[in-house]
Design a protein around this ligand. Structure first.
Ligand code: CO
Length: 134
């Protein structure tokens, strides 16, 4: 693993949450980005080499809607950057770790992502991120 890419926080009121991270904690705000596949709009804050991502659902059948209903706003997942997400996926599968998507999915900023099943990672939802190469 190269670094923590981001920490994602589920929110039901993006405007209110942005005020906390931007105006109270004074983190550098990078803007919003919609991730249609996950049915979320994200708001991105840079913290050193990592980011905090606020996630607000854009549809009732978004995974974040289900999370908010069950647990309320709060920490949703941590994301670790890897060089080759497909190679990591093959290795995890061989280790018996369940993955929430069979193929790498499209994440923020053209990244390729996969989620590990939280039951196989001690209750924490872990995302692996491969950044696009330019
Ligand atoms: Co993420």
């Amino acid at each position: 693993m190269k670094r923590i890419d981001h920490i994602a926080i589920a929110v039901s009121d993006l405007d209110a949450a942005e005020k906390i991270y931007r105006d109270v904690l004074n983190l550098h705000w990078e803007g919003r980005e919609e991730v249609p596949l996950q049915k979320v709009i994200t708001s991105l804050f840079q913290v050193g080499e990592s980011r905090i991502e606020l996630l607000q659902p854009t549809a009732p059948d978004s995974p974040i809607s289900a999370f908010l209903e069950k647990k309320g706003p709060g920490l949703h997942h941590i994301a670790l950057e890897v060089d080759d997400v497909e190679a990591k996926m093959a290795r995890l599968k061989a280790q018996g770790i369940r993955l929430l998507n069979d193929q790498p999915a499209d994440g923020v900023g053209g990244s390729k992502i996969v989620f590990l099943h939280p039951k196989d990672t001690g209750g924490v939802l872990v995302e692996l991120v491969e950044k696009p190469s330019y």
